[in-house]
Design a protein around this ligand. Structure first.
Ligand SMILES: Cc1cc2nc3c(=O)[nH]c(=O)nc-3n(C[C@H](O)[C@H](O)[C@H](O)COP(=O)(O)O)c2cc1C
Length: 216
């Protein structure tokens, strides 16, 4: 194996590749919110979620202590990208407005997705998502520094819904060959290892890489 020289440097972005989750939560006026996010990892029946403090979803989770994690398959990339650069916050925070965010009161309509009631929590499921995890918030930690800019939410899964055709037949295991998650890598969308779709998030962040036109 050839060993290539390493450069020691301050990386500007550390988004190496994580699954995209559409977090369903309840806004203060009772309407549904749906936010794309990808700082999520699971251990046992718990999950850690990293959410910026200016997101409406962060306020919703602190207040309601519940949410649904709707896992996006790679085929849902169009709908996810339509939700990028939107917020349910009535006043768009200045740093978000500067990169093109707009207020969107009806995320389901904007994305073209279908709302489905959850069974144990007051937060929306996305009918088109093959995996939906109803969750309770167990703890919230201030995250980032020197001035915390985000909140790390520890949630536990209280009910999981999975499309039958994703399961290893006769078991309660998701078949890794059938589940093709939408992956966010350095602000771009990947599925099955391939770049899928132009990304508004990458555009908003003015990411320096050049992606040859692929997918739709
Ligand atoms: C693919 C993708 C991944 C994202 N990942 C995160 C994330 O991990 N954490 C976060 O706070 N925001 C993330 N965002 C940005 C949020 O969607 C944004 O903060 C939005 O304002 C949340 O909506 P809300 O304000 O209505 O809650 C991501 C956006 C996209 C499109």
């Amino acid at each position: 194996m050839i060993v290539v020289m390493h450069l020691a440097l301050d990386l500007k972005v550390l988004y190496f590749g994580t699954p995209v989750v559409l977090i369903g939560s309840r806004n203060p006026d009772g309407t549904s919110n749906l936010a794309p996010m990808s700082s999520a990892w699971w251990l046992g029946q718990s999950c850690m979620l990293g959410l910026g403090n200016s997101a409406q979803t962060t306020a919703n989770l602190l207040r309601e202590r519940q949410c649904v994690l709707n896992l996006a398959p790679s085929s849902m990339v169009d709908a996810v990208d339509r939700l990028a650069l939107t917020t349910a916050a009535p006043v768009v925070p200045a740093d978000k407005a500067a990169i093109g965010y707009r207020h969107e009161p009806d995320k389901f309509a904007a994305a073209g997705l279908t709302e489905q009631a959850a069974e144990l929590v007051m937060a929306p499921r996305v009918a088109e998502c093959p995996i939906q995890l109803e969750c309770k918030v167990d703890a919230a930690h201030r995250f980032g520094g020197p001035e915390p800019y985000a909140t790390a939410f520890q949630v536990s899964v209280v009910r999981a819904h999975v499309e039958e055709n994703l399961l290893v037949p006769g078991t309660h295991y998701v078949d890794p060959l059938r589940w093709d998650p939408l992956i966010m890598k350095f602000c771009e969308f990947f599925g099955g290892g391939d770049n899928l779709h132009p990304s508004r998030l990458a555009e908003g962040w003015r990411m320096p890489h050049q992606i040859a036109a692929t997918g739709t």
